[in-house]
Design a protein around this ligand. Sequence first.
Ligand SMILES: CC(C)(COP(=O)(O)OP(=O)(O)OC[C@H]1O[C@@H](n2cnc3c(N)ncnc32)[C@H](O)[C@@H]1OP(=O)(O)O)[C@@H](O)C(=O)NCCC(=O)NCCS
Length: 190
Amino acid sequence: MQNAFDTAYMPELRTPRLRLRKLAMRDAADIYRYGRDPEVARHVLWDAYRSVGEARSYLRYMLRKYRAREPASWGIEYAQTGEIIGTIGFMWIQSDNASAEVGYSLGRDYWNRGLMTEALRAVIDFGFGRMNLNRIEAQHETDNPASGAVMRKCGMCREGTLRQRLYNKGRYVDVDLYAILRSDYRAARK
Ligand SMILES: CC(C)(COP(=O)(O)OP(=O)(O)OC[C@H]1O[C@@H](n2cnc3c(N)ncnc32)[C@H](O)[C@@H]1OP(=O)(O)O)[C@@H](O)C(=O)NCCC(=O)NCCS
């Protein structure tokens, strides 16, 4: 497969309520506002930020990825206010297999409004429509069922539980693996 990002690297994606766009250093305060919340960080592989400086370090890391055109995250901007309320993006992309893994997080004030479902749908549309992927995966800690609900609402199928797959925040955790294939995506659109 052609390198997944050769044709389009992280273009802006629009949904009814969101703008997915590349992050910038000016987003540090927004990222810190939600990323300092231990509830947001509970089931992800980063620790809640202890300072705005840590949010800046994350942004510098993301900007390096953009420069190198590596798999990276979009900022999730709430269109009405222009605030960055979360991130979503590719953890890895395997060109040989035309597959990729998506990961995401959202500030607690915005949970349960269908926003991550809206964002994930946009990224899946981009993955199949523009990146020519064949398989998009996502995984969530088994005791984080809201994330599984998002994946199912986006047409992903649960493929199994990977027992004690991760060591996160002091414990081994089971992980549910989900995926959507290009054929599933096409069939659902017919
Ligand atoms: C998981 C997360 C992304 C969900 O985002 P969201 O915008 O709230 O998701 P949506 O509103 O689109 O959908 C949430 C679904 O989970 C359901 N849900 C919420 N809490 C739940 C719970 N404790 N048990 C089961 N389902 C739950 C909601 O009812 C909703 O499903 P429905 O539309 O069928 O009713 C968000 O909570 C988050 O960012 N959490 C912190 C970071 C994180 O865990 N990231 C994912 C790592 S894999």
